[in-house]
Design a binder for this molecule. Structure first.
Ligand SMILES: Nc1ncnc2c1ncn2[C@@H]1O[C@H](COP(=O)(O)OP(=O)(O)O)[C@@H](O)[C@H]1O
Ligand SMILES: [Mg+2]
Length: 371
């Protein structure tokens, strides 16, 4: 089923066209595809008083799907990425900054007077946005408590705020015991729905499924898979049709075969194929050439990563890259297993129904270099 959406622009000068594929950041609007059920599920979920935990490997589309769902739900929400928080004080300031975006300061000033440490709030003359920070204090948890109390006072059981903490697994790195402290603050709150997103599979399951963890059974656990092939194929194919008159369907298939429908890498590969064709409409452009182009541009990074792997990890990655079985007697099963767990935690390996390398281009680089 091919729509005509992009057909008409094919004859326009594609050189001047913007690349119709997007990767690296949150995708929305026309760049966002499928996830219909997931968006619907998240939307109904946040109408309840429960919390949601969303887990997938990196770059599967967690941030995008949640951004879409909370936006469509029309609920007041704030999104804070824990990867960008350097301390509890910084995290508190970031939450407060997001809070001010939806609650102009004039209306909540009287509530801030209750803060034990008054934040510094200034307007950035370059961007026009608010900068929020706290002076250094001995016990930073107080800052977090005050910010959360402000939120609790501003909202009600009838109108709860949705707080999204992205890259939640970072909670353990920001400060010692922060998970425990945050959990006990959340325990007091009745006016907030939390959506916690995380990659690094094993660490997220540790946080939510280990009995000793303060977040044990905190909320409903939801997992996000890769994009369904049929829909993603349609998405790629109709955009490729702006530069490929005939082969767009076949190329979309080739891309998805190569990436296994991985959302990010499929978009990256499609963007490269599209770009090459747009620049040289006369030339034969194929997927293999685009793959090589990507590998070439990342060669130095791959080299650097490779040097830093120990011998066991190198061996495992080679086996995965070439599709050979890991149980060959060369390493003990327990050694392989614990190395795989570490590689998975660091994001190099993902597990769905089998272990595979996360990055198909790195995989290709390893194959090509026959290491
Ligand atoms: N629903 C989607 N439709 C199209 N592309 C998507 C979708 N979800 C993810 N992607 C692709 O994957 C990339 C990473 O998405 P993102 O939401 O940042 O993932 P995560 O938060 O899981 O790391 C996006 O930049 C985009 O290229
Ligand atoms: Mg994300």
């Amino acid at each position: 089923m091919q729509s005509n959406y992009y057909e008409k622009s094919r004859n326009e000068k594609s050189r001047n066209m913007e690349n119709p594929f997007k990767f690296g950041t949150i995708v929305e609007e026309e760049y966002f595809t499928d996830r219909v059920e997931e968006v619907a599920y998240i939307k109904t979920f946040i109408q309840s008083a429960n919390h949601l935990v969303l887990i997938s490997p990196r770059r599967f589309g967690k941030s995008s799907v949640v951004a879409k769902a909370v936006k469509e739900s029309k609920r007041k929400h704030i999104i804070v990425n824990l990867q960008q928080a350097t301390s509890i004080s910084d995290l508190s300031a970031k939450i407060l900054k997001e809070f001010f975006k939806i609650n102009p300061m004039g209306r909540v000033r009287h509530l801030i007077t209750h803060f034990r440490f008054i934040p510094t709030v200034s307007t950035n003359p370059l961007t026009g946005s608010l900068d929020v920070s706290f002076q250094p204090v001995a016990d930073e948890t107080i800052l977090l408590e005050d910010v959360m109390t402000l939120i609790e006072k501003t909202y009600s059981e009838k109108e709860r705020l949705v707080i999204v903490f992205d890259e939640f697994q970072e909670i353990r790195d920001i400060a010692h015991n922060l998970d425990r402290q945050l959990r006990s603050i959340m325990q007091q709150q009745k006016h907030v729905n939390y959506i916690l997103l995380g990659s690094q599979e094993s660490m997220m399951t540790d946080i939510f499924e280990k009995k000793k963890s303060p977040f044990y059974h905190f909320g409903e656990l939801m997992r996000l898979g890769k994009l369904p092939r049929e829909d993603f194929h349609h998405y790629l194919s109709e955009r490729l049709a702006t530069v490929f008159e005939e082969k767009h369907n076949a190329i979309a298939d080739e891309i998805l075969d190569y990436t296994g429908c991985h959302p990010y890498y499929s978009q990256q590969l499609a963007a490269n194929v599209w770009q090459m064709k747009a620049l040289q409409p006369q030339c034969e452009v194929n997927v293999a050439a685009a793959v090589n182009r990507i590998i070439l541009s990342h060669g130095l990074d791959y080299e650097r990563l490779w040097i830093n792997f120990n011998r066991t990890n190198r061996w495992i990655l080679q086996r995965l890259a070439s599709g050979k079985p890991l149980q060959s007697g060369e390493y003990r099963t327990s050694t392989i297993y614990s190395a795989l767990k570490r590689l998975q935690k660091d994001g190099y390996v993902i597990y769905s129904d089998h272990y595979e390398m996360e990055d198909p281009f790195f995989r290709e680089w390893i194959r090509q270099n026959n290491r």
